[in-house]
Design a protein around this ligand. Structure first.
Ligand code: PMP
Length: 289
């Protein structure tokens, strides 16, 4: 397997991040998860825009232009020989000393991996996924802003462990007001009386690219969609519920903390959105070669 590492494709064994990298020492860095289908990278530009916005927030100067890095993503996918898969693009603060000061790290480290991914058991796409509410709150915007896709995922990891220990595949994360933020690696949507509802990103969600695609599909199909604060009651009383994320794609949710959501099966609106999402992934994207 070839990894794009600081400007060139190298063998997996040669792609090594320093123990003095502040990504390793402090979780100081950012990443993107991107999918490719039929050798076409889905929503590459949007992922790149988010990466550079996050880098700017961290005062991290990525030593490549968006154009160069986008080409590097395509090159990595081409070298993988895969038709479909997942790309992990990481930018760390780079090598520094043992102090916290990020300005002592002159050169960020950038690497790109293209590989297979299977996030959830295939059965959940047919039967729906169970969620549990985590006791761990999503970060507040004045801590590690949830809109930043940083290398600090510990809150989400704690929440994920809670879910897994309780036999659920994913955890619902609330914000400090007790309203729904998102899940540990996915955005959340509900459907109520024909309207698709998702919390605004200011309620503690990542501005997910898949979330944006679903909102676009709603417009295209004439399905009413709003960004609105929701709580656990909104979910238990919803007609339908589903999650979105690059790795997860679109996953129906049929249970929250033992409450059956709607009919307990994939609902009609979710099914329409999933079908159109699949069509888009199969028919659009940036060709890798
Ligand atoms: N929320 C979190 C916390 C995430 O890490 C992700 C990405 N895995 C998402 C939402 C979904 O975002 P996207 O659709 O851009 O992958």
């Amino acid at each position: 397997m070839k990894i794009w590492f600081d400007g060139k494709l190298v063998e997996k064994e040669e792609a090594k991040v320093s123990v003095f990298d502040h990504g390793t020492l402090y979780g100081d860095g950012i990443f993107e998860g991107i999918r490719f289908y039929n050798k076409r990278v889905f929503r590459l530009e949007a992922h790149m825009d988010r990466l550079y916005d996050c880098a700017h927030y961290l005062m991290l100067n990525i030593p490549y232009t968006k154009d160069v890095l986008s080409k590097a993503v395509c090159e990595t996918v081409a070298a993988s020989g895969l038709n479909d898969g997942y790309i992990r693009l990481v930018v760390t603060r780079g090598v520094g000393n043992l102090g916290l000061n990020p300005f002592n790290c002159p050169q960020p480290c950038v690497f790109i991996i293209a590989d297979k991914i299977a996030l959830y058991d295939p059965a959940v796409y047919e039967n729906g996924l169970n969620l549990v509410t985590s006791s761990v709150r999503r970060n507040r915007a004045d801590t590690i802003c949830p809109q930043v896709k940083s290398l600090n995922y510990l809150n989400n990891i704690f929440a994920k462990m809670e879910a897994i220990r309780q036999g659920a595949a994913e955890a619902l994360m609330l914000n400090d007001a007790g309203n729904v933020a998102e899940c540990t690696g996915d955005n959340i949507f509900i459907v109520k009386n024909g309207t698709v509802i998702t919390p605004p990103v200011t309620d503690g969600a990542l501005d997910g690219i898949t979330r944006r695609v679903v909102l676009e599909i709603c417009t295209e199909l004439g399905i009413p969609a709003v960004e609105k604060t929701i709580n656990r009651f909104s979910i238990t009383s919803a007609d339908e519920c589903f999650l979105t994320g690059t790795a997860a794609e679109c996953v129906p949710v049929t249970d929250l903390d033992g409450y059956t959501i709607g009919s307990g099966k994939i609902g009609p609106v979710t099914a329409r959105l999933l079908a159109r999402f699949k069509e888009l992934t199969q028919s659009t994207g940036t060709p890798v070669e």
